[in-house]
Each structure stands twice: as C-alpha cells, then as structure tokens.
Design a protein around this ligand. Structure first.
Ligand code: NAD
Length: 341
C-alpha cells in the first residue's frame, strides 16, 4: 500500500507527549503514513536553530501536509510566535475548528455542533507594533480586501460542501468601521452575490458571545477575523469539555497544517496527564483531507476507524483528567488502541 509522506512537528511542552500518543494510535490503525519529523519552536532553538527553521517550511511546502504539536511563544517579549509565522509564511489563511459535544463527555450544553472559520493571516496578528512616545505604544490592525474576500469565499464554499445551513459573522464594525467594516462587507457581498441559499447572520461580537453562552446550538458556522477567532475558539472549547477535545486545521493554497486548538500547556508538560484527543482528532481531519486530496479511500477508512475507537473509549468512561477521568496520556492512547476494529 502506498504511504503518504506527512511532516510531523512534535512542538513544545505537552507537544511531544500528545504527538507520541497520536502516532501510536495511527500506527495501530494502519494509517498509510510516513512521518517526516522536523522541529519548530523551543525544540528548534535548543538545537541552535531558528525558531522556525527554513528547512521545516520547505518540507511542509514540499509535502503539502503537516501534523503539528503546539509551540510555546514567550509572553510580552522574545521571538514572534512560530504559529503565526508558519501560517503567514505558508499563507495558511483559513483556520477551521469543529466544536461538537462528544458522547461520554458531560458538559453544561448539549446539541453543540458548530464550526469556527478564522482568518489566519492579518488583523491584530500583523505584528506591526510601535513605540510612539515614552508613554505610548501602538499595535496596528490590518485588513486587506484580498484577505477578507478570500476567507469569505472559503467559508461559504466550505459551508456549501459540508451541507451547512448558516454562517454567522462576529464583528465589531460599529467601532472598527474600516477594518471590521471591510471584513463584514466582504462576507455580505459573497453571501448576496454567490451564496444566497446559505442563511447569513451578522452579530456584534459581544452580543454574539452572550448568545453563544445562552444557547450554542443556535450556531452553525462562525466566521471571524483573526483575534476574535482565537478567543472564540477557546470559549467554544469550554462549551464541549475544554481544549482537550477541539481539533483544528489551517488550510491554504500551498498546503495544510493540522493542529489542536490548545497550546503547549507548560503547567502539565512532562507529567503524562495531557489529553492527546485534540491532536488525534486533528489527525483524523488530516486523514480525511488526504482521502479527498489524494483520492485515497484507505485514509478515509482509517479516519473512521480511529474516530469510532475514540468515541467508544469515551463512551466507556475511558478519559483523561481534564474530562473528569483518571487516565494518563499513554493510558488513553492504549484505551483507544484496544477499541480499534
Ligand atoms: P494552553 O492551551 O497551553 O493551556 C490552557 C489551559 O488548558 C492550561 O491549564 C492547560 O493545562 C490546559 N490544557 C491545554 N491543552 C490541554 C490538553 N491537551 N490536555 C489537558 N489540558 C490541557 O494555553 P496557554 O497556557 O495560554 O499557552 C501556553 C503556550 O502555548 C504559550 O506559549 C502559547 O503561546 C502557546 N500556544 C500555542 C498554540 C499553538 O501552537 N497552536 C496555541 C495556543 C497557545
């Protein structure tokens, strides 16, 4: 059987632990993958290399698919985020995060099944910050028509393919009339001219967050600019059990990088308590992507097998501590492996 080369970045903190667990499940499930391991983040720095080595970027561009563990970014000083750099340099402009209730994971809400689409390349993540005077610093929010139209097209195309019914844009265009205004007008235009069949809703983000917490089941696809997408992703993770259960993908024309929404969780790193499920779910998204892109049904079949196994494990109460269980990272991986058919 032909194997597909996939770049693997273990990352920092809990990254190596959750990647090891994910690799183990995929290997046992018979995923037709060949890992091309390379470094980014603190792990690359420790080897005396750039925080995002050119070789890592080249390998992702060459193989077009990567599975990535979280990378640490120093707060308030130090190098710019590896994650932001990676998304910008490979033009991975669309981040997708499916947020769903899982059977066996008790939460305050039921019926949550929404997908977050986040613009990944601009907004306040442009990294344009200035010291204006001794007293004043400034951060610039950037919006381009190109990126706003690109993500709007992507979101409506995605919603159509996935047979989703409704897109809601969260914005603050009442205050940021130019930047959020452009984002909103772009989405509105794409809806009106190209996808009038999809229900469309605009909400000012503060009211949108309140509605999310009142009844998340009223939302289907959320379309947000970069920072709002980041914040709302974690908020939505909280609705379905936390960061341990929300996977993610970053798509662009030149490739796709799959990674969990969570970060490197330094507070629990090295303790064998991290939940590997979010990365495993991201790997399932990756297998489905490979199945579509390479027309390889085997990848789709393995994705189904892995998904059925982790659902089965959760239903049997096999859970890590963040979900109220008692299993460690490796024990949860073993519980999933035992349920592979
Ligand atoms: P975080 O997501 O790492 O952790 C937030 C909380 O969730 C912590 O209490 C952590 O223990 C818990 N948590 C996260 N993942 C978990 C898992 N798999 N299982 C169990 N519990 C889990 O967010 P943070 O603490 O704000 O950030 C830590 C570092 O990660 C920072 O350097 C940040 O820049 C980086 N980060 C990286 C990415 C990425 O690589 N894509 C994303 C977000 C944050």
């Amino acid at each position: 059987m032909a194997k597909h080369a996939v770049v693997l970045i273990p990352g920092d903190g809990i990254g190596p632990e959750v990647t090891r667990a994910t690799k183990r499940v995929l290997a046992e499930a018979g995923a037709p993958l060949e890992w091309v391991e390379c470094q980014a983040g603190l792990a690359a720095l420790a080897q005396g290399r750039d925080v995002l080595p050119q070789e890592t970027l080249d390998l992702i561009e060459h193989h077009r698919v990567a599975l990535k563990g979280p990378c640490t970014t120093p707060v308030g000083e130090g190098f710019t985020s590896v994650n932001v750099q990676l998304r910008k340099r490979l033009l991975l402009y669309a981040a997708v995060r499916p947020v769903r209730n899982l059977e066996g994971v008790a939460t305050r809400f039921s019926g949550v099944d929404l997908i977050i689409v986040r613009e990944n390349t601009e907004g306040l993540y442009s990294g344009v910050e200035n010291q204006v005077t001794d007293d004043v610093v400034m951060s610039m929010k950037v919006a381009t028509q190109t990126a706003c139209m690109r993500i709007a097209h992507w979101a409506f195309r995605f919603a159509t393919r996935r047979r989703r019914k409704k897109i809601t844009v969260f914005h603050k265009a009442n205050i940021m009339k130019m930047t959020d205004g452009l984002f909103l007008r772009s989405a509105r235009r794409v809806h009106q001219h190209e996808y009038p069949n999809i229900e469309y809703q605009e909400l000012i983000i503060d009211a949108g967050c309140m509605k999310l917490i009142q009844d998340p089941s009223q939302f289907d696809v959320l379309l947000l600019e970069n920072l709002y997408g980041d914040v709302v992703s974690d908020l939505c993770a909280g609705l379905v059990g936390g960061l341990g259960v929300v996977p993610g993908a970053n798509y662009g024309e030149r490739g796709a990088v799959f990674e969990a929404v969570h970060g490197s969780a330094p507070d629990i790193a090295g303790k064998d308590v991290a939940n590997p499920l979010a990365l495993l779910m991201s790997a399932v998204m990756m297998l489905n992507h490979l199945a579509d892109e390479l027309d390889d049904p085997e990848c789709g079949a393995v994705a189904e097998r892995v998904k059925a196994a982790y659902n089965h494990a959760l239903q049997d109460g096999q859970k890590t501590r963040d979900l109220g269980g008692g299993l460690g990272t490796d024990e949860f991986a073993r519980a999933v492996v035992e349920r592979l058919r």
